[in-house]
Unconditional design. Structure first.
Length: 264
């Protein structure tokens, strides 16, 4: 009887390994992942989040892509590498590749404490290339002078590692393992304007913590701000441009908070 049970257990183990192997080496589906890929990406984000908790703010913002991958086991790392080998065009994203390098002229911007619906909210420490930060500061002085308000930096420069973390985070936590949906909101590492050393983008938030992307807001909430109206009329004077208006050619959802720097 024991021998029969042992054979059954061994058979089930072999079957489980075979099923896992089959689904692991299956193509990564763009609309809905298989259960093995879901399980592994959940493990990836759990491991990365655990590591992020012990990093300081500088390390979290500027974490190197290869350093982030090195935190994973062989199975997890291989699947993540397969994920980022996918051509973003196949997911509906038509933006260009920028870089996976981190510039050496970054300016540190201290975290700002705000109130969002009477609850504390912090922007966190951010970084911008010096030329982008200079124009941002001049632009905010002019905005305050004209309408008595200003916008704060909710997200500035992101390293390729940070972008990889965010891509997997939102894939798992927000977009139900749909790569097509995820690509509408967050770019793969190397393809984000937040990772461009020259044309870095800023995601803005106002003094009331309105950024258009938290769980209780929509893009229209940011669009209705007086600060946004001012940007539409004046931002180009300071080399800032709205990257993703409605119906943009890049396949990205409307992002009224997202403005990139560009010398035209």
């Amino acid at each position: 009887m024991k021998n029969i049970l042992l054979k059954i257990l061994i058979g089930l183990l072999i079957l489980s390994i075979g099923v896992f192997t089959k689904f692991y080496f299956d193509e990564i589906h763009f609309s809905k992942m298989n259960f093995v890929h879901k399980f592994i990406f959940e493990r990836v984000i759990d491991e990365w989040e655990e590591e992020m908790l012990v990093m300081n703010s500088h390390e979290r913002n500027l974490v190197d892509y290869n350093s982030l991958l090195s935190l994973l086991g062989t199975i997890e790392r291989s699947l993540v590498e397969r994920l980022f080998e996918i051509n973003p065009i196949d997911l509906g994203f038509k933006g260009k590749f920028f870089s996976k390098d981190t510039p050496d002229n970054l300016v540190k911007i201290e975290s700002v404490k705000l109130l969002r619906k009477n609850k504390p909210y912090q922007t966190g420490i951010q970084y911008l290339p010096s030329h982008v930060n200079n124009d941002y500061e001049i632009m905010m002085l002019e905005m305050e002078k004209e309408i008595g308000k200003k916008l704060f930096i909710d997200s500035g420069f992101r390293s390729a590692g940070r972008q990889a973390y965010l891509f997997v985070f939102y894939l798992v936590r927000s977009n139900d393992f749909s790569l097509r949906e995820n690509a509408k909101w967050i770019a793969m590492p190397g393809y984000s304007e937040h990772g461009s050393a020259e044309n870095t983008a800023i995601d803005f938030v106002n003094i009331d913590g309105i950024n258009g992307i938290n769980e209780s807001e929509t893009a229209e909430d940011f669009e209705r701000l007086e600060e946004y109206e001012w940007l539409i009329k004046n931002a180009s004077r300071f080399n800032f441009y709205l990257s993703y208006p409605r119906g943009n050619k890049y396949g990205v959802s409307f992002e009224p908070w997202h403005w990139h720097w560009e010398r035209r």
